[in-house]
Ligand binder design. Structure first.
Ligand code: NAG
Ligand code: NAG
Ligand code: NAG
Ligand code: NAG
Length: 503
């Protein structure tokens, strides 16, 4: 999640190995809330566009807070920098909706108030604010040795159902302009508590079908990637300072099922793009997003939700989106087409594709308020190392499903990233203005109210039986549901607690 005031990963971590110099957290995916597209329903019954945060996957880590230790799970987030937890006094927790635990400061002998009502973090999704007190207490992260006096947000006014552990730069903490200023973040304290040697970590989300990924604080697992790990200088935020994980995206192309490559990005493309595990989708500038989305047969949801829908069958196709970073001497990460096909939004009775209509796991910076973001739909294909001390991120192609092997090297104090073979230098510029709407057409609807699928123009190698049924046919033997009459809540699998939608 990107914390707006200054700027999020969510699977379940099950075990950890505390060892000298690094801390490995195994991440397991939390089951999707629903296989339908999550949309926010307003009180008047209208539905807002899906925001990119956390709609499908959650990568959680177990922590303890206080003395005696109270257990909670929090979202691990590269896009923000604070550790905050729900207060058990929060109305949402009192209604038993804080499913990953809450914290009662009055039951901890080591808790201290730092600033009453001083904590307030706002993420990119509208209304996504969590607020309360700043406090400090002893914490442990997935069985680590204790970190004393860690500053934490204790939120009693909750939008999100569980807390967040941000692993970004301390200069990007919430409320830095308040009396407390910059405080020692969890990343800072992991080093000062000698749990890790350098303020750096690596991230391996693994593919969507695998149930486990990992984050290694202070270390790199050299078995989890192929090719070279290439170091990329982090790019400055709007403020001119490096305070988030922006890297320079210098080219995007599509290689089809027959191996033919089409350049998608314009010549000279160089875009500062945020590596953000807390965002589900990948948000690309219009000039790259539009030709890619149209190539996959994407249309706009005719229900006016603002969501991009594509034929679910695309997920069975072959081809990769190749993302190049750092220009000359840089690195290219290949993302298979299946990775950009999100949850099913419409069944095959409602949408003219044998597999139904799915959410596209891509979008534009309109969804983030103006930031180009490489979210989970990109990050699952990459192995990423983040070095806060030297302001570098190193990327390599993830070697998926290597969960059982392991060769962890400690990232020592110093500047070099162990096993990185190369350093790229190209810079990337920030977006200067929010771009206007894309040229993605609204899906048409046939007389029987069946939503007609868009037609992919990319060669995905799909045979005609698995390809889209073809827009324009307008008929379906299976008896199209009258989509206009389908109650929205049922269609979208709503009916879960409002707080869940809020993520
Ligand atoms: C957290 O702990 C619970 C109970 O101890 C365990 O079932 C769960 O798998 C753990 N989850 C993570 C994220 O480690
Ligand atoms: C938190 O900050 C936001 C944005 O400034 C504000 O709208 C909201 O009222 C604040 N919430 C609390 C509980 O202080
Ligand atoms: C792009 O991806 C294809 C695989 O789909 C691969 O063969 C090709 O080498 C990649 N291009 C680059 C520049 O890595
Ligand atoms: C995709 O590629 C695999 C491996 O080359 C091949 O077995 C499969 O038939 C291809 N599928 C399509 C839809 O082209």
């Amino acid at each position: 999640m990107r914390n707006l005031t200054g700027a999020t990963i969510v699977a379940l971590a099950s075990s950890c190995v505390a060892s000298s110099g690094y801390l490995k957290l195994d991440l397991h995916r939390r089951a999707p809330i629903s296989n339908k597209l999550a949309r926010r329903q307003n009180s008047d019954g209208s539905v807002d566009a899906v925001l990119s945060n956390n709609q499908e996957l959650e990568y959680l880590v177990n922590i303890t807070v206080g003395t005696p230790a109270q257990k909670l799970s929090v979202t691990l987030d590269t896009g923000s920098s604070d550790l905050w937890i729900p207060a058990s006094s929060a109305p949402l927790c009192k209604k038993n909706q804080c499913d990953f635990g809450s914290f009662d400061p009055s039951k901890s002998s080591t808790y201290q108030v730092v600033e009453q009502d001083g904590f307030n973090i706002t993420y990119a999704a509208p209304g996504d604010t969590d607020a309360g007190d700043w406090g400090s207490d002893t914490i442990t992260i997935d069985g680590s040795s204790p970190i004393d006096s860690q500053q934490i947000g204790v939120a009693s006014a909750l939008f999100d159902q569980h807390g967040v552990m941000g692993v970004g730069f301390d200069t990007n903490e919430a409320n830095n302009d308040g009396p407390g200023g910059v405080y020692q973040s969890v990343m800072d304290n992991l080093v000062s508590s000698k749990i890790i040697e350098r303020k750096a970590f690596s991230l391996y989300l693994n593919d969507r079908d695998a149930n486990s990924g990992s984050i290694i604080l202070g270390g790199i697992d050299t078995t989890k990637y192929t090719g070279d790990l290439v170091a990329l200088p982090l790019q400055p935020s709007d403020s001119g300072a490096v305070m988030e994980y922006y890297v320079s995206l210098t080219g995007v192309s599509f290689t089809d099922a027959a191996g033919k490559t089409t350049q998608i990005s314009p010549d000279g493309y160089s875009q500062a793009t945020l590596l953000d595990s807390g965002t589900t989708n990948t948000l690309l500038t219009n000039d790259v997003f539009t030709p890619l989305a149209l190539g996959f047969g994407t249309t706009l949801d005719p229900q006016g939700s603002g969501n991009y829908i594509l034929p679910c069958s695309v997920g069975n196709g072959n081809g990769t989106i190749n993302y190049s970073f750092g220009g000359e001497g840089g690195v290219t990460i290949q993302v298979p087409v299946a990775a950009i096909v999100g949850g099913q939004a419409y069944t095959s009775d409602e949408y003219d594709d044998p597999a139904g209509g799915c959410a596209l796991s891509m979008g534009t910076p309109m969804e983030s308020g103006g930031f180009s973001i490489l979210g989970d739909s990109f990050l699952r294909s990459a192995y990423a190392v983040f070095d806060l001390e030297n302001q570098v991120a190193a990327l390599a192609q993830a070697d998926e499903n290597q969960a059982s092997t392991s060769n962890i090297v400690v990232i020592p104090t110093g500047t070099a990233i162990p096993s990185a073979t190369n350093t790229a230098t190209a810079t990337g510029t920030q977006l200067t203005a929010l771009e206007s709407e894309t040229a993605i057409p609204e899906a048409s609807v046939s007389g029987s109210s069946l939503i007609l699928a868009g037609t992919p123009t990319f060669n995905l190698g799909l045979s005609s039986s698995t390809a889209t049924a073809g827009s324009g046919s307008g008929s379906s033997s299976s008896g199209a549901a009258n989509y206009a009459a389908v109650p929205t809540a049922a269609l979208l699998g709503l009916g879960v607690a409002a707080g869940l939608m809020g993520l």
